[in-house]
Design a protein around this ligand. Structure first.
Ligand SMILES: Nc1ncnc2c1ncn2[C@@H]1O[C@H](COP(=O)(O)OP(=O)(O)OP(=O)(O)O)[C@@H](O)[C@H]1O
Length: 218
């Protein structure tokens, strides 16, 4: 099992009156599986995705990422595990403005010690970014920027790709193209995908769907 979330509860400090944001969430994902998490705004989807990616702490329960329990880890250990296993794509493209397309795509893989020029060249081609390698983010359309962000994530060769509304900033046609590319690349890489989305149309494309309601899996 790649991701195992057991009875996880999460509160944000200072929000006790409103109750926990996640209230005993249990779910699991196998390697290579794709899972869509839907739910109303504020239901805790992004919070759960952050916890699955070892980006934040939880209050009770346990999460195992590729067999490693997260709760005993300190911040440094969590960061190391994250670099090793996980990559992230958000609604905001989060590219580094002073780096070119190619440099942005290579950046995280280099930090993680997984530089691979051949893989980078393949991703640039698959993502239709040939000829754009030396451009800067501000010289790209939104769809192109998100393709760079997807390439940067997949250059890490993650076991788990966490994607939070990855096409939420794109128009419908561009969104469909970019989503298709992301899904093809994820499946070809044998990575698992944990997708947070409001779009039922996108959720329907994945292996499994879960719905979060008031911090619980419905
Ligand atoms: N850092 C934080 N500090 C305090 N409260 C937070 C924090 N982050 C999120 N929350 C609260 O936790 C709840 C769940 O937020 P979360 O972002 O996980 O929901 P979501 O389902 O992803 O929502 P959306 O679909 O609108 O993005 C919300 O009530 C939100 O206000």
């Amino acid at each position: 099992m790649l991701l195992d979330v057991r009875s996880v509860t999460k509160r944000y400090p200072g929000t006790d009156a409103a109750g926990p944001v996640l209230d005993g969430v249990t779910l699991s994902m196998d390697a290579g599986q794709t899972l869509a998490l839907t739910g109303e705004s504020g239901s805790g989807k992004s919070t759960l995705l952050h916890l699955a990616g070892a980006l934040d702490r939880f209050d009770s329960g346990e999460i195992h990422l590729d067999g490693v329990a997260l709760s005993p880890l300190n911040d440094t250990e969590r960061a190391a595990l994250r670099r090793e296993k996980v990559a992230l794509v958000f609604q905001q493209f989060n590219l580094i403005p002073s780096l070119t397309v190619q440099q942005n795509m290579a950046f995280h893989a280099r930090i993680a010690g997984r530089d691979d020029p051949d893989r980078l060249a393949e991703l640039i081609e698959r993502l239709g970014l040939d000829g754009f390698e030396t451009r800067y983010p501000e010289q790209l359309s939104g769809g192109q920027q998100q393709r760079v962000a997807i390439g940067r994530a997949l250059a890490l060769r993650p076991r788990l790709l966490l994607a939070d509304e990855p096409t939420g900033n794109l128009d419908e046609t561009t969104s469909a193209t970019v989503f298709d590319l992301m899904l093809d690349l994820v499946r070809d890489a044998g990575a698992a995908l944990f997708l947070v989305t409001h779009s039922q149309r996108l959720a329907d494309r994945l292996d499994r769907q879960l719905h979060l309601s008031n911090g619980r899996i419905a």
